[in-house]
Design a protein around this ligand. Structure first.
Ligand code: ZN
Length: 133
């Protein structure tokens, strides 16, 4: 598995509108997409910085993993997503190298991407997402 680039940086926020306001008015970026991912119980907002995206994540339910993250750590950087050619193959590759996975198989993420997460226990604390078109 060789990542092609950083696809996006996922940031947990308690209030999406407030966060969008910051990224638009302070950072000067335009939110180009707001999308609810029902499966992950989150509402997302996207910005582009060059070819890297910023993905804001607001929980839509107390059972969302983002709600748990906010409770434990507060708002901030949640994960880094790397673009790969094929998420399923990349997940299998890293599993063969002994990496613990959160997702054994790719699932549907925001923006139509096939996504899968590696367990932070195997990545020195960095929640790592792999994604492909
Ligand atoms: Zn993500």
């Amino acid at each position: 598995m060789i990542p092609k680039r950083i696809e996006h940086i996922g940031i947990a926020v308690a209030n999406l509108d407030e966060a969008i306001n910051y990224w638009e008015n302070v950072m000067g970026l335009k939110c180009y997409n707001i999308e609810e991912v029902v499966d992950q119980k989150v509402k997302t907002a996207f910005f582009k910085v060059g070819e890297v995206k910023i993905e804001l994540l607001e929980p839509t339910s107390p059972e969302s993993t983002i709600a748990t993250f906010l409770e434990k750590k507060g708002p901030g950087v949640h994960h880094i997503a790397f673009a790969v050619d094929n998420t399923d193959e990349a997940l299998a590759d890293v599993e063969n190298l002994g990496v613990k996975l959160i997702d054994k198989k790719a699932r549907q993420g925001a923006e139509g991407l096939k996504i899968g997460f590696l367990h932070p226990k195997s990545t020195m604390g960095i929640l790592t997402e792999l994604c492909s078109e």
